[in-house]
Design a binder for this molecule. Structure first.
Ligand SMILES: Nc1ncnc2c1ncn2[C@@H]1O[C@H](COP(=O)(O)OP(=O)(O)O)[C@@H](O)[C@H]1O
Ligand SMILES: [Mg+2]
Length: 438
């Protein structure tokens, strides 16, 4: 990990807390988070309450004593920080939820004052919500008339981000594994949208769907019924990756290796295969368009691997194949539970199977700016993982979840929406940050 040495002295360790039951391998998290209902839309409710840090630090990933707790009322430093968090929250009026208003895009809402644009950033928290990104980008939307808006939409859908400044292509193919054994945290959504955003930013991208459910294939509009050449053939039969990939109809720079339901059996079938955890790595490295710049313009810049919600042989194959790992974390109550186990697995893979592997990126997804719970989780994650966490957070947005039902990513379905703008910004962050030094 870049700067996230979790075992460094003075840094709380990600481990099962002393109170943890022996069966549960997950860290002591979320114990004293208030009920979700405590938060819903109540940002303004406790104006001036300095102890509003009810998003307690006792919810830590680790057994940090309460006295050292960042949000503890007994600790003057924590009070300060807590006040700071409250300040930030109070200075940011609730962002209207798309599902509340029925509006396709909160960006267009007049309720978002321009003062919010820089407030979080200038106050030193340094992260932006999608609404702020959208607002900064005044060229993103012209909703002065419905016709202008429709025209803008069409242009953005056709060109995506192509008209914008494009980040440099990396000097070798970056293989990014998107994994988290927890289901529903936004792995697939992040994989397809970051891949689409990268493609719109002029990068050449390959997406490998490694989840038997084939959700990434669906979102990218790739046929994945039984019988279609898929990741199963790659892993079990040793088929060549180049023979399996299909171009994404919506995005010219994007190709996909689809997953069919057959992949569900691969986990068992692979058990008896020699070097079973190496299959995906070999397949990727054997692709003629994977490698350094000597390959030419056609070379893939990014390979994104969408993992299933488990830590079985499929995910293991991905962890062996990639040099960079991205963990999407949902800004939710149970979000951090299980992270300890995930990081232990990564450490084991790094020690025994793939020394190149690093957790390079953490993306906070489904962030609901109206709740202090989400802010508390984000704060917690940033505290532990530092600059590994992308500044951009992806907001919870109806448009993001609707897109797959149209066989699209939100990047083409509603390119001016906060979800699309966030993924675009997140992709840009990943591209600009670059690969970790070898
Ligand atoms: N930013 C978001 N806003 C709203 N819904 C989202 C967002 N990100 C993901 N979702 C929805 O959450 C669900 C789980 O996301 P998914 O990407 O499939 O998670 P995973 O791949 O980790 O299981 C899906 O229904 C998806 O549409
Ligand atoms: Mg998924």
């Amino acid at each position: 990990m870049n700067d996230g040495d979790l075992t460094a002295p003075g840094r709380p360790e990600l481990s099962t807390g002393p109170g943890g039951s022996p069966e549960r391998d997950s860290p002591q998290i979320g114990r004293s988070y208030p009920q979700a209902g405590d938060f819903a839309g109540d940002v303004g409710e406790e104006r001036g309450d300095a102890t509003a840090g009810r998003v307690s630090r006792e919810t830590s990933l680790s057994p940090v004593p309460a006295s050292a707790s960042k949000f503890s009322d007994r600790n003057p430093v924590s009070r300060e920080t807590s006040n700071h968090l409250v300040d930030v929250l109070l200075s940011t009026p609730p962002v209207p939820h798309p599902s509340d208003t029925g509006s396709s895009s909160p960006v267009t809402s007049p309720q978002e004052p321009s003062a919010t644009t820089g407030s979080n950033v200038s106050r030193g928290t340094g992260f932006r919500t999608a609404a702020q990104i959208a607002e900064q980008d005044t060229t993103a939307y012209d909703n002065s008339t419905p016709l202008a808006r429709a025209a803008e939409h069409v242009v953005m859908a056709r060109q995506g981000a192509l008209g914008r400044q494009q980040p440099a292509r990396p000097d070798h193919t970056r293989v990014m594994v998107v994994a988290n054994q927890k289901g529903g945290v936004g792995k697939t959504t992040s994989t397809v949208n970051l891949a689409a955003a990268m493609a719109q930013l002029g990068q050449r991208v390959l997406v490998i769907d490694l989840d038997p459910q084939g959700n990434a294939s669906t979102a990218l509009n790739i046929d994945h019924h039984r019988g279609v050449p898929s990741t199963y053939d790659l892993l079990v039969d040793g088929a060549a990756l180049a023979d399996i990939t299909a171009p994404c109809p919506e995005l010219p720079n994007l190709v996909v290796c689809p997953a069919t339901i057959d992949l569900a059996g691969a986990e068992i079938e692979l058990v008896s295969v020699v070097a079973r955890e190496n299959r995906l790595h070999k397949a990727i490295q054997a692709h003629p368009l994977v490698g350094d710049s000597t390959i030419g313009d056609e070379r893939f810049d990014y390979v994104f691997i969408d993992c299933p919600p488990s830590l079985g042989l499929l995910t293991l194959n991905a962890l062996v194949a990639g040099a960079e790992m991205m963990i999407p974390i949902q800004a939710e109550y149970y979000a951090l539970e299980g992270l300890g186990q995930l990081l232990e697995t990564v450490a084991m893979v790094k020690a025994h199977l793939n020394p190149r592997l690093d957790v390079t990126t953490i993306l906070i997804t489904m962030y609901d700016a109206r709740t202090r719970l989400a802010a508390g989780v984000a704060e917690e994650v940033r505290e532990h993982f530092g600059s590994t966490v992308l500044k951009t957070m992806v907001p919870r947005s109806v448009r993001v979840s609707e897109a797959p039902s149209y066989g699209q990513t939100v990047m083409t379905y509603d390119p001016g929406s906060p979800g699309a703008l966030s993924y675009l910004e997140a992709a840009r962050e990943i591209a600009v940050k670059g690969a970790p030094a070898a």
